[in-house]
Write a protein that binds this ligand. Structure first.
Ligand code: NAP
Ligand code: MG
Length: 398
């Protein structure tokens, strides 16, 4: 059998610990036998980030802008413990943060739905994708403890020095206050990423805030989404047969619980933080969740939603057997290969990626899975495989 050719390179961002081990196995057993892999390789493993003063992360983001599609392995975000463990020159920033800032993107997280791993919510039949705005609000707030009676105001000083004031509260006793902000440019990028992703995946888009209470702040989000929609996307949505709808966040929550899934739920920063944890745990497992960063210009970076699975890696280093779930990392690859295939009109590549996804799900449905899934599956007597056996089982199925 001749291997599938690729015309444009895929940006490959290697990573750390257990996911770096899985990365190699996936390439060896599931990709390289079938595809003439054409990737531009960037080693985002912590040692190499440290050696290059993190330049490699910046280079990999620039390469994503050049080629349009990247696939990323999970990486360590350094903390104090990692400084000593890896003898780091600096506490390098989170690669995901750096890449997200350079691409100005929105992160979409979607569960991988498979028979035998049932969502807690009975009527959820299709994935619910959460799109979380990744800038501002309470994550960039300023807080104050108010010790006693007095006045708190918001003051805007324009460049010419003129001041506008709004009273927050006249305190008669002690309390708390906070100020937060967002930027129209960031909200617009968020909106565009959501509309593009909805068109791309042919799913309806829901957006919700608390605009009835927050008549300026949240209302601005609602207005910007509506303006961007009417100006650039309404016709395209009609042609694609999908809808955009806005509702109040309380109404959205109630509808989500009763829906069957198959849509994108765009959330403000805090809502997205909270709701994505709810949705992902209700669907089963973080190891069954993919994540894609979409820029408003249409650049894509695919990855797994989980981290480097440090605990399993240390076991692996000790020579112990691991049973680490590679599904989300496999789907990061298939997502990226499909997108590359779409952009290059490479049908063989798209078909291969679809077949690999099906083989992965069929393997689980046949009862062969890693330990994390065996603990929650409704399939009786599941066969628990180790990390490499599971990937080999998928290869056999494929
Ligand atoms: P983690 O790697 O997601 O793992 C947390 C726990 O979840 C694991 O110990 C394991 O539980 C379970 N788990 C996660 N993925 C699994 C998989 N594929 N298969 C089986 N079980 C899985 O989070 P962490 O341990 O808190 O973080 C480790 C490193 O990852 C940190 O250095 C962090 O900076 C980094 N991180 C990177 C990203 C990214 O690159 N996108 C995201 C998050 C975290 P059991 O041990 O109970 O089996
Ligand atoms: Mg959270």
């Amino acid at each position: 059998m001749s291997k599938i050719k690729m015309t444009t390179p895929l940006v490959e961002m290697d990573g750390d610990e257990m996911t770096r081990i899985l990365w190699k196995m996936i390439k060896k057993h599931l990709l390289e036998p079938y595809i003439d892999l054409n990737t531009e390789y960037y080693d985002l493993g912590l040692e190499h980030r440290n050696a290059t003063n993190d330049q490699v992360t910046i280079d990999s983001a620039n390469a994503t802008k050049k080629y349009g599609v990247a696939v990323k392995c999970a990486t360590i975000t350094p903390n104090a413990a990692r400084m000593t463990e890896y003898d780091l020159k600096e506490m390098w920033k989170s690669p995901n943060g750096t890449i997200r800032a350079m691409l100005d993107g929105t992160v979409f997280r979607a569960p991988i739905v498979v028979k035998g791993i049932d969502p807690c919510v009975r009527n959820w039949k299709k994935p619910i994708t959460i799109a979380r705005h990744a800038y501002g609000d309470v994550y960039k707030n300023t807080e104050m403890v108010i010790p006693g009676p007095g006045k708190v105001e918001l003051v805007y000083t324009a460049e010419d020095g003129t001041e506008t004031r709004e009273l927050v509260h006249n305190y008669t006793g002690s309390g708390v206050a906070q100020g937060m902000h967002n930027l129209n440019g960031s909200i617009e990028s968020f909106a565009k990423s959501c509309f593009n992703y909805a068109l791309d995946t042919k799913q309806d888009l829901w957006f919700a805030t608390k605009d009835t209470i927050s008549k300026k702040y949240d209302h601005t989000f609602k207005d910007i989404f509506q303006e961007v929609y009417e100006k650039e996307y309404e016709e395209k949505f009609k042609a694609a047969g999908i809808t955009y709808f806005y509702t109040l966040i309380d109404d959205a929550v109630a509808r989500v619980m009763k829906a069957e899934g198959g849509f994108i739920w765009a959330c403000k920063n805090y809502d997205g933080d909270v709701m994505s944890d709810m949705v992902s745990s209700a669907f089963g497992s973080l190891a069954m969740m993919t994540s894609v960063l979409v820029s408003p210009q249409g650049y894509y970076e695919y990855e797994a939603a989980h981290g480097t699975v440090q605990r399993h890696y240390y076991k692996h280093l000790n020579g112990e057997e691991t049973s680490t779930n590679s599904v989300a990392t496999i789907f990061a690859w298939t997502g990226a290969l499909k997108k590359r295939g779409e952009l290059d009109e490479n049908k063989a590549l798209i078909e291969f990626a679809n077949r690999l996804e099906k083989a992965t799900l069929d393997t689980i449905e046949s009862g062969k899975m890693t330990k994390d899934l065996a603990l929650i599956t409704t399939i009786s007597n599941p066969i628990v495989l180790n990390s490499e056996e599971f990937i080999e089982a998928i290869a056999e199925q494929l």
